[in-house]
Design a binder for this molecule. Structure first.
Ligand SMILES: NC(=O)C1=CN([C@@H]2O[C@H](COP(=O)(O)OP(=O)(O)OC[C@H]3O[C@@H](n4cnc5c(N)ncnc54)[C@H](OP(=O)(O)O)[C@@H]3O)[C@@H](O)[C@H]2O)[C@@H](O)CC1
Ligand SMILES: Nc1ncnc2c1ncn2[C@@H]1O[C@H](COP(=O)(O)OP(=O)(O)O)[C@@H](O)[C@H]1O
Length: 300
């Protein structure tokens, strides 16, 4: 059984921080909750050879408590791949998911393994123009945004979250990685202003900018996260918290904090930093989230 408490994890400090900064995250699930009240995320990505990226984001959304998670793949394989370890996921060709399920989606998470082909661009445009206000863009979707931003109506998106790593931020800002890394606060705020979006500039000490330019620097996480797919997991967590009804003001920093704290817990358990795998993060996020949302047991 996954039990970090055997490893002297200081859960009290984590709980204290979360209760102060992320009060909604720490709420227990209401007794009358059902899957329809716990939000629906649709992850759009997973082109040929990169199904794993979409799977990681979708799995993280589920394990962070989302009620329903759809996966729209940017490929039309026959048969549609089935994830034996996660039969809970509803997986199909993204074009069909958009046609049949777009009304039930609370939050789109677009870009994880999406590729940058023509269909990817068309999917991004269709989702941008959909009536769902919440949209998280990661990886390939960020590069596509540069290419097609002139064709998109900026006022269409209320809760837009961009999650670039420094190279993606450099492309979005038409500058170099060195310039971004030399002034991460400027880069995050500039992106937020240009795209009217929440921005998560990833890396050691992730910088978060609200759409209005208010900055926060996240202090959880470690170099164990320098592994393929850990950013996909973060996108899934952000999408999940937004879909569950947390306001972006809380959902975005809470997701970044949870993701980093999960990596810190795993490192303390010696499941990292070396060799930590992105697919191991979600179970630690789930454990921590449940710890935060349950009343500490009383010592008699
Ligand atoms: N299992 C799967 O299916 C997975 C699929 N994935 C999917 O693959 C697709 C392409 O993703 P990717 O990883 O190949 O390209 P990407 O991250 O853009 O790197 C390109 C170049 O950018 C740079 N660079 C990157 N990070 C940087 C940093 N922090 N700071 C500074 N520079 C940085 C670096 O350049 P270098 O430094 O090497 O010159 C790097 O070579 C995408 O859809 C993604 O979702 C992945 O999610 C993994 C798991
Ligand atoms: N040295 C580090 N310290 C803290 N966090 C890190 C470090 N390296 C990477 N990360 C985090 O890991 C994630 C990597 O995301 P990304 O570069 O998009 O990877 P991928 O595309 O493989 O999913 C981000 O959340 C980033 O902040």
């Amino acid at each position: 059984m996954f039990n970090p408490l055997q490893h002297r994890i200081n859960i009290d400090a984590l709980r204290k921080y979360a209760q102060k900064n992320f009060p909604t995250l720490c709420q227990p699930r209401p007794h009358d909750a059902h899957k329809g009240t716990c939000g629906t995320v649709c992850v759009v990505g997973g082109a040929k050879g990169m199904v794993g990226a979409a799977f990681l984001a979708a799995d993280a959304a589920l394990q962070t408590g989302c009620g329903k998670v759809l996966v729209g793949l940017n490929q039309n394989p026959n048969p549609v791949p089935f994830f034996p370890t996660r039969p809970e996921l509803m997986v199909d060709y993204a074009v069909d998911v958009l046609k049949t399920h777009h009304q039930i989606v609370d939050t789109w998470v677009v870009g994880c393994g999406l590729s940058r082909n023509e269909t990817a661009g068309q999917l991004l445009k269709a989702i941008w123009n959909s009536s769902t206000p919440q949209l998280v863009l990661d990886a390939d979707a960020l590069h596509l945004l540069v290419d097609i931003s002139k064709q998109l109506n900026p006022t269409k998106r209320a809760d837009l979250v961009l999650t670039p790593h420094p190279a993606e931020a450099a492309h979005l800002l038409d500058t170099g990685v060195t310039q971004v890394e030399a002034n991460r606060s400027w880069a995050a705020r500039e992106l937020a202003s240009r795209y009217r979006a929440w921005v998560v500039l990833k890396g050691h000490e992730t910088v978060i900018s609200s759409a209005r330019g208010a900055l926060q620097v996240n202090e959880t996480g470690n170099a164990g996260l320098a592994t393929a797919g850990s950013g996909d997991v973060l996108s899934g967590i952000i999408g999940s918290l937004l879909a569950q009804g947390l306001e972006a003001e809380e959902a975005v920093p809470a997701a970044v904090w949870l993701h980093g704290a999960a990596a810190d817990i795993l490192a303390q358990m010696q499941i990292g930093p070396i060799g930590l795998m992105a697919g191991e993060l979600a179970q630690a996020v789930r454990w921590l989230h449940n710890q935060l949302a349950s009343t500490p047991s009383m010592t008699l």
